[in-house]
Each structure stands twice: as C-alpha cells, then as structure tokens.
Design a protein around this ligand. Structure first.
Ligand SMILES: [Fe+2]
Length: 310
C-alpha cells in the first residue's frame, strides 16, 4: 500500500482540527448539507418514519449483473466481482452481521471495497476500525483476494487497519489478476470528491495500454477522465443512489457533480461501462426510502469481436 498524498494528510489534519476548534472546512457547503440532514433526522425522529427508514436501511439487496466486454481476455469469461461500497459500518449496530449474512453464501473471485467505511466524516475511528477488523476477519475466510480504496469519510488510519487485516489497499496503484496465463488489472484511486487526491497516471503505471482495466473509485465523478485514460469498467459508490428518494430512481441529494444518469446502477459513457453502487450502509441518517442498500455481484463476460455492444 502506498501512503496517501501530502494533500490528503493535510486535509485529514484540517478535519481533525475543525472538530476541536468547532470550525469547518468548506463552511458554506457543509452547513448547507448539515441543515438538510438535520431536518431529515428531525422529521424521522418525530414520526414513525424513523423506524421504517431504519428497517429499510438494513434490508440489503443483492444485485446480480452480467457485463460484456470485447477487450476482456477469454480466460476471464465468467469472472465474478463482489463490489461493496459505502459500508458506513459503525452507523448501525446490526449492519456488520446483515452484510455478512448476504456475502458469505456467495461465490466470487475478487472482492472490491469502494470506501466510506466510517459513518461520520471526521472524528474517532475506534468504532469503525473495530467493526471493520471483525468484518474482514470473516470475509477473508472465503479465501478470495480483497482489495479496497478510501472514501471521503475515511482516514489513512483506516487504510492501515485494512492493510494489516489482509486487504490490498490501492492508493493510486494497481493490482494484477492472473488467470490461465492472462492478466487483467484493477486500479484503485484515492478520493476525488473531498480530498482531490486521486492520481490516474500513478494508478496506471506499468500497465500495458491494451489490457483490460477496472478502475475502482469512491465517486463516479471521474467518469470522463477514466474514459479518456482507457479504462473498461468503472466501479463507484458515494451517491448512495440518493438514499432517501421521494419515488424510486429520483433522488433529492446525490452529492456529486455528475449527470443524474450516473447516480446509480449501470451506465455507459462513450467506451466506458460503469456501475454506481447504492452502497451497503447509510450516512447522515441511518434510514433509507425507495432506495435499498446494495451489494453488487458482477459477472464479467467476454463479448465476441463480431458482436455489437449494446
Ligand atoms: Fe458514503
């Protein structure tokens, strides 16, 4: 694991200082978000909706998808990726066991963790570290590689814990996966939403240009740069699909500068296919409406050269 950039370290330090001094970086933006979140919490707590939203937030959906790629080596046809993002594992005491209940019966070849392990975006990391240590100790019993990145709610301390627990933390670096003599690559980017500490060029160092490449990024906001860089598949989270939607598929807040079509589910941008995961956990308020939490199981398929991609 590469250490995080100085820029990220400085911003993490600023976030810690802001807690002590009751000052906040990006004051206007954060106050605006905080006001909305506090209003939602007040409504939930003063009505029966709170209990319903909490129950919804623990009802994790397994989304199974097949994605087809011309550039995928035929040796990887049928390769299964388990993508878990936005765990926010210390937000609800029951969440860790609910996630494991869903995951442990599954068959997969590689597990990718998309960041945002902590519920709050600053403060103590003891609870999140304890729960992630316990979660990973169960997950690695599947005997499959696990790789991860950091999100905008995380700190370097969490990356060190995950690295020690057996997760390959990809801080602007890549991991080669080999099968029957063929290789594909997973490039992990550091957070682009708050820390702006991503480095696509570093993550691609040493990778042959024409190889099949997956980019694991906390937020989908790098879709245009990722397409330009030649990635085939972009796995993201961060938006929570809106988390609280008046009607399914119509989020109020997505907290990302992206077209709304990239806020959840499968999307395409030029030659790039993407998945924005709704996240396994919840943040702000431990509640969801019309937007269930999600764990994604993706099967990669080799598309024959003579078939058109839809
Ligand atoms: Fe998140």
């Amino acid at each position: 694991m590469r250490p995080v950039s100085d820029q990220r370290r400085i911003k993490e330090l600023q976030a810690r200082i802001s807690i002590l001094t009751r000052d906040t970086p990006c004051k206007i933006h954060l106050m605006h978000i905080k006001l909305i979140v506090e209003t939602i919490k007040l409504i939930l707590n003063s009505t029966r909706l709170g209990d319903k939203g909490y129950k919804n937030a623990l009802d994790i959906e397994l989304s199974e998808r097949e994605l087809h790629f011309k550039r995928l080596p035929s040796e990887f046809d049928g390769f299964r990726l388990l993508h878990i993002s936005d765990l926010h594992i210390d937000g609800m005491p029951e969440l860790k066991d609910k996630m494991l209940e869903k995951i442990m019966p599954l068959e997969f070849d590689l597990c990718l963790l998309g960041g945002d392990y902590r519920f709050h975006n600053s403060g103590n990391t003891r609870n999140v570290c304890d729960r992630m240590r316990s979660f990973i100790s169960e997950l690695i019993k599947k005997n499959k590689p696990v790789a991860g990145i950091l999100g905008n709610h995380d700190e370097y301390e969490i990356a060190k814990l995950l690295d020690q627990a057996g997760v390959a933390m990809l801080i602007n670096e890549s991991m080669k996966i080999s099968r029957n003599g063929a290789d594909i690559f997973v490039c992990g980017l550091d957070d682009c939403h708050y820390y702006s500490s991503q480095n696509i060029a570093d993550s691609l160092a040493g990778i042959p240009t024409d190889s099949f490449k997956i980019v694991l990024s906390h937020s989908p906001e790098l879709y245009a740069e990722a397409e330009k860089a030649g990635f085939d598949l972009y796995l993201a989270g961060h938006t929570h699909g809106g988390q609280i939607c008046p009607v399914p598929g119509f989020p109020v807040l997505i907290q990302a500068k992206i077209p709304r079509s990239l806020a959840s589910g499968i999307w395409n941008y030029k030659n790039l296919t993407g998945l924005t995961n709704r996240g396994a956990g919840s943040s702000g308020a431990p509640a969801r409406f019309n937007c269930p939490p999600e764990i994604a199981l993706i099967t990669l398929r080799k598309e024959p050269e003579n078939e058109a991609k839809d």
